[in-house]
Design a protein around this ligand. Structure first.
Ligand code: S6P
Ligand code: ZN
Length: 193
């Protein structure tokens, strides 16, 4: 293979060169937000872009190291901040490196039992996703949240477990900033700000 190269704008996260742009709108995130009525209303009204991924064309295969930037727009649905879907890696014991580039993010890391850890993914922060932990980034700022990621090519993406039950906690807009609350889907209750 000849050398692959991507030029990333470190502020906007946009990539050119050997890159594929994938867009996730609200309609692509059915079931991911805690408030179904607020979700449906926002989706039906204007279906905004929630996030984009500028994916390298590095093969998803053993020995390869695919990379990408993700750009999460600012916004809320029913008080819950815009976020990525989140996933476990299909090959559980594979890790990943995230690097915050712009904006303010919270990286949620969750093990299979629902234990949650949170990392402030601010510009310059390199955060390690430990093998076996699901990961999701939440944009808790007013600007787009941009980060870079690189991961083992044979990791694979298991979105099913998250689509089924979500993460154990949700991140809601509180009076003085983001608040983490037990997820109604995980705990069988109702999240209240
Ligand atoms: C891939 C890595 C990221 C995410 C991206 C979008 O292993 O964790 O590149 O794919 O941030 O999130 P998601 O949950 O929709 O794949
Ligand atoms: Zn991943």
């Amino acid at each position: 293979m000849s050398a692959l190269q991507t030029l990333y704008d470190l502020r906007t996260g946009a990539g050119t060169g050997d890159v594929v742009r994938v867009v996730r709108t609200l309609a692509d995130m059915d079931g991911h937000f805690a408030d179904p009525e607020a979700y449906q209303a926002a989706r039906d009204a204007h279906n905004p872009v929630v996030y984009e991924v500028f994916w390298s064309t590095v093969p998803e295969a053993e020995g390869e190291v695919p990379y990408c930037t993700t750009v999460i727009q600012p916004g809320v649905v029913g008080g819950e901040y815009f976020m990525t879907k989140g996933h476990f890696h299909s090959k559980r014991m594979t890790g990943e490196v995230y690097l915050g580039l712009s904006g303010s993010g919270l990286l949620l890391l969750m093990d299979e039992g629902g234990v949650l850890e949170v990392v402030n993914l601010n510009p310059g922060v390199a955060a390690y996703v430990t093998p076996g932990w699901a990961h999701r980034v939440v944009n808790v700022g007013r600007e787009p949240c941009v980060f870079f990621a690189a991961y083992p090519g044979d990791a694979g993406h298991d979105y099913g477990s998250i689509a089924e039950r979500g993460f154990s906690q949700v991140v809601l807009q509180g009076p003085v900033g983001p608040e983490l609350l037990p997820s109604p889907r995980w705990h069988g209750g109702k999240a209240k700000p």
